[in-house]
Ligand binder design. Structure first.
Ligand SMILES: C[S@@+](CC[C@H](N)C(=O)[O-])C[C@H]1O[C@@H](n2cnc3c(N)ncnc32)[C@H](O)[C@@H]1O
Length: 287
């Protein structure tokens, strides 16, 4: 069991903002949720695990897919995220949702419990993805699927780089360790799939999902949204003077402008969907 206090602090600080922007975030990444649901073969009546659900996605969307005969268990290590997900489930009167505080590598569930397991933009932050995968395999029923969505390269995602290329001109980008717990940790083709292989996941596969990140957000509000979603970005620019901050905002809005029309933003997006199954008979685990 490994923990990274930095990551925990970062997500605790971001939790109120992810809750505040939940509807826009749900809308922007709905195509990713759809891809995970298809890949994990999620249908009515099943029992599903969503790891690193943040304030509740894709847990809440999946709850309406599995319906009242099914059940979704969402986990996240940040209590504020879990509280936000519980509030929303209750608001939506979704009685088939259960949200728990848990790390991916220490899940409070019995062996062979779930019909499928998914994680949207979570795997990059697991300190040991191999330990997490072994734990997910433990709670998954034999023969059932797990599917992860991770970001493809930043340069392929203007949702990220339209901001970061400007911020880099104002604040030097901090050097990244080779396997840093960062949004783009699994951007390289095959990297996460290789860990699935090591964990003895059956038939690990990877596909590139190209989609549109679309939201009814004016460009000015998008700047606020992105800053609030990313504690890392807020930290980076926190040392700028008010004057430099105003310049940065102006330059960023200019950079994002080509993706904005009629009060909406619309970016091409690229994500890797990495998936596989739990073997019917557990193979010896490779180190
Ligand atoms: C980018 S957010 C994704 C939230 C949500 N799945 C979504 O797509 O909107 C990443 C989430 O990973 C969670 N996380 C970080 N480290 C984790 C770990 N070791 N185990 C499980 N979740 C973790 C964070 O608390 C955060 O809520």
């Amino acid at each position: 069991m490994q923990r990274d206090q930095n990551i925990i602090n970062r997500w605790s600080n971001s939790a109120p903002f992810w809750d505040k922007h939940r509807e826009i975030i749900r809308h922007m990444f709905a195509p990713v949720t759809k891809a995970l649901v298809e890949e994990a073969q999620i249908t009515t009546g099943q029992s599903i695990l969503d790891i690193a659900m943040g304030p509740g996605e894709p847990t809440l969307t999946i709850a309406s897919i599995v319906g009242p005969q099914g059940k979704v268990f969402g986990v996240d290590p940040i209590p504020e995220m879990v509280a936000a997900a519980r509030r929303e489930a209750s608001c939506l009167e979704l009685n088939n949702v259960q949200c728990e505080v848990a790390f991916a590598d220490d899940l409070p569930f019995r062996v062979d419990t779930f019909d499928a397991a998914v994680s949207r933009f979570g795997a990059m932050f697991f300190p040991s993805p191999l330990d997490a995968l072994r734990e997910i395999l433990r709670v998954l029923k034999p023969g059932r699927k797990l599917a992860f969505a991770v970001w493809h390269f930043a340069e392929r995602n203007p949702f990220h780089f339209a901001l970061s290329r400007v911020v880099d001109r104002y604040v030097e980008a901090p050097p990244l360790e080779p396997d840093a717990l960062d949004s783009f940790r699994f951007a390289a083709s095959g990297k996460l799939r290789e860990i699935l292989k090591q964990a003895a996941v059956e038939a690990p596969t990877e596909r590139l999902l190209q989609f549109t990140i679309d939201a009814p957000v004016p460009v000015e509000d998008f700047w606020t949204l992105r800053l609030e979603m990313s504690e890392k970005l807020r930290e980076r620019i926190s040392t700028l003077s008010a004057e430099r901050m105003a310049e940065l905002k102006r330059d960023t809005l200019e950079s994002i402008n080509e993706y904005a029309t009629n009060g909406r933003i619309s970016f091409p997006g690229e994500v890797l969907i990495v998936s596989g199954s739990k073997p019917h008979s557990q193979q010896p685990l490779l180190e």
